[in-house]
Design a binder for this molecule. Structure first.
Ligand code: ADP
Ligand code: ADP
Length: 212
């Protein structure tokens, strides 16, 4: 099964993606996590990406498409994958088609801009496994470390309110048009992301199961 999760920054894509990928035995591919790991490792790709990410802008399509192409060729993607944060532009969606990838379903997690800023200020992430928590809405068990691997949680540099506003505007200009692109293929489903985490999870699973 090949899935795409769409939605604004902070919609809950990463939160939902982990459980979904585990349940269906498919690879979870977060382009944001991949880029952050390139930055930590100090690669040339990471250095190029960082300047864009810090400003809330998108990393150029050419960089991202090559990275995703290599990733989906790996062994753990044989059974399928969940793309979280890719495609983010219409040319990226077209590139996926050109790679011969047939997407089964695109789930767009819908959250209004007003709710996003509040979510981002409380987001805490695990730099080791990419898990995402929220100080109020979805805290880890001890509020400080990751439930899965015990790593101390951190705040992302691009989650400051000014950068979040820039990321939202980038989303509306460059990513939202993808919805029309996939609507035309009949693969797009919308899920209300402004419900408690467990209710969004139920809605996401119901949506995926309805097309299986
Ligand atoms: P969020 O989970 O908040 O939506 P991500 O972790 O997916 O954010 O992405 C963080 C940043 O990484 C983005 O703001 C962008 O700069 C870059 N990025 C991630 N995925 C892509 C992509 N598919 N195309 C271009 N830039 C990307
Ligand atoms: P994305 O991957 O789409 O950028 P995340 O999954 O990282 O989003 O979620 C962004 C923030 O919002 C995190 O702090 C997360 O714990 C929190 N969050 C996720 N889903 C919900 C929800 N349904 N209600 C409230 N907060 C949520």
């Amino acid at each position: 099964m090949k899935l795409v999760f769409l939605g604004p920054p902070g919609a809950g894509k990463g939160t939902q993606a982990m459980g979904v990928a585990e349940h269906y035995g498919i690879a979870h591919i977060s382009t944001g996590d991949m880029l952050r790991s390139e930055i930590r490792e100090g690669t040339s790709l990471g250095r190029e990406a960082q300047a864009y990410m810090d400003k809330g802008e998108l990393v150029p399509d050419s960089v991202i498409v090559g990275m995703v192409k290599n990733r989906i060729a790996q062994e753990d993607c044989k059974n399928g994958f969940l793309l979280d944060g890719f495609p983010r532009t219409v040319p990226q969606a077209e590139a996926l088609d050109q790679m011969g990838v047939r997407i089964d379903l695109v789930v767009s997690i819908e959250v209004r801009d007003e709710a996003i800023v509040k979510r981002m200020s409380g987001r805490r992430v695990c730099d080791c496994c990419g898990a995402s928590y929220h100080v109020e809405f979805n805290p880890s068990k001890d509020g400080k470390t990751c439930d899965k691997d015990g790593t101390v949680l951190t705040q992302r540099k691009d989650d400051q309110p000014e950068v979040v506003l820039d990321r939202l505007s980038t989303y509306h200009q460059q990513t939202e048009p993808i919805k029309s692109y996939y609507k035309g293929t009949g693969k797009l489903r919308l899920v209300d992301g402004e419900q408690p985490v467990s209710e969004v999870t139920d809605a996401v699973f119901a949506t995926i199961d309805s097309v299986q």
